[in-house]
Design a protein around this ligand. Structure first.
Ligand code: MG
Length: 458
């Protein structure tokens, strides 16, 4: 069964609403997921939650019906962060969960994300098993075996309670500081959890983007160029920090007290610095993450390890390594003590814990450690395999440490370059980081050289 223009990945399907992403697509994939999940775990419920997107309510009704048609007991938890759906799968001992969210994608998109019974996104094997039902046929329930839908409105409260109950989180120290924070939820699901979290942490909040209607007033990815309004708010309000969440609240970006976006990689770096003093151990990030995280791990005496790009790859590596903390440089913090998924609410709590316990400002925390510049580039993917490119680069840079888990990453003490074919587009991504922009650009140029030759030849 094929749907034109639909982006199908290991743990989800996404597309533009009314184009590739139709009610039929949502119903088919939701039913296939429900049948697969409850075949593994008969009798257990399936959790459904959504972000604030305009099409979210419509797709929720469709997903409910599709799940009932395969006999699922649905527990709908309403408009919530994606990490809340993951936590509720564990809370309800569910067979799995569906999050109706296109995360940081532009306003015209929506998507379905598949969560397994462990609360992790589906792995490649699980995703393939589930999609096999699309070929072999989805087993529907007869009239007497249809599922049912119930609603649980306490998911956000449980999520908040779990964050605030983290034993090492110094809630009293944070509350004592009475921080004034600026917040931008970009009309996403963040407004359902962030104000309560910040209030319970004793903060005064100046906020924008709090209507959870999915009508994003700017591109919703929380990258520096999209945070101009938050920067202005930090300065106007005299806030000590600016917090920006993406629409499904698994990523957090920070603005310093002068109104400068500090780059998403610092969210995880700060979280690592907050956690390691109480929870020494190991740190895992994906291969495209800034050295600021590696530096934080090293300063905290933790082991450090890379995982292939993709949230589930990082989560699985963290589970195998028994990691204390990890995540992605895009502002995705994973704290296994809470659950194995990116979680912006816990990231906020950890960042404020670091501010409170260090007594430093955000800009001072950034200035205290080496700074790097990241340069990103992309090229058309050649028809020929990239092994020759990797080999040429390894021969050219024998002094670099090579990691081949996901494309090729070459590492030096103060710089790195990572080449990998995109999983969703016909391109090769090249990311480099160095102590200066020139150094990073040079690495990108070096990596492009054998790649361009191959593209030219193909
Ligand atoms: Mg997201």
């Amino acid at each position: 069964m094929a749907f034109d223009g639909l982006m199908v990945s290991v743990s989800g399907v996404r597309g533009r609403v009314g184009e590739a992403l139709t009610p039929e697509v949502m119903a088919t994939y939701a039913a296939a997921f429900g049948a697969w999940a409850t075949r593994q775990h008969p009798g257990r419920p399936v959790i459904v939650g959504r972000d604030s997107r305009v099409s979210g309510e419509m797709f929720t009704r469709i997903v409910h019906g599709a799940l009932e048609s395969v006999g699922c007991h649905v527990i709908d938890i309403g408009m919530v962060p994606t990490p809340t759906v993951q936590m509720e799968v564990e809370h309800h001992h569910a067979a799995g969960g569906l999050a109706i969210t296109a995360s940081h994608n532009p306003i015209e998109w929506n998507a379905l994300k598949f969560i397994g019974s462990s609360g992790l996104f589906l792995s490649a094997d699980e995703g393939a098993q589930m999609r096999a039902l699309l070929e072999t046929g989805i087993p529907r329930a007869t009239w007497d075996k249809l599922g049912r839908v119930e609603f649980d409105t306490h998911a956000i409260a449980r999520h908040l309670d779990a964050v605030l109950a983290l034993p090492f989180l110094d809630v009293a120290a944070i509350r004592a500081k009475q921080f004034h924070v600026a917040l931008d939820c970009c009309h996403g699901a963040g407004s359902r959890i962030m104000p309560q979290l910040l209030e319970r942490l004793g903060c005064t909040v100046s906020a924008i983007g709090m209507d959870a209607d999915g009508k994003f007033p700017r591109p919703p990815e929380p990258v520096a160029e999209n945070l101009g309004d938050l920067s202005a708010l930090v300065r106007e309000a005299g806030a000590v920090i600016g917090l920006a969440t993406d629409p499904d609240v698994d990523r957090l970006a920070l603005v310093d007290e002068t109104g400068r976006p500090i780059g998403e990689d610092y969210t995880l770096a700060f979280a690592v610095r907050a956690v390691l003093p109480s929870r020494p151990g190991s740190v895992v990030t994906n291969l495209s993450t800034s050295k600021v995280v590696q530096d934080a791990a090293q300063d905290g005496g933790a082991r450090f390890q890379f995982a292939p790009v993709g949230e589930v790859n990082v989560a699985l590596a963290m589970r195998d390594a028994g990691s204390t903390i990890g995540g992605e440089g895009n502002g995705g913090v994973i704290l296994p003590e809470l659950h194995l998924g990116r979680d912006a609410p816990v990231a906020v709590a950890l960042v404020l814990h670091l501010l409170a316990t260090s007594g430093k400002t955000v800009s001072a925390l950034v200035a205290a450690h080496p700074k790097y510049v990241i340069v990103k580039d992309k090229l058309d993917r050649p028809d020929a395999p990239l092994t020759a490119v990797y080999q040429a680069l390894r021969e050219r840079f024998p002094d670099a440490t090579a990691d081949t888990q996901d494309g090729l990453r070459l590492d030096w003490p103060d710089r790195w370059v990572h080449l990998r074919p995109s999983g969703t587009e016909p391109i090769v991504r090249v990311i480099a980081e160095g102590p200066t922009e020139d150094a990073a650009r040079q690495l990108v140029a070096d990596a492009r050289e054998p790649l361009s030759a191959l593209v030219g030849a193909s």
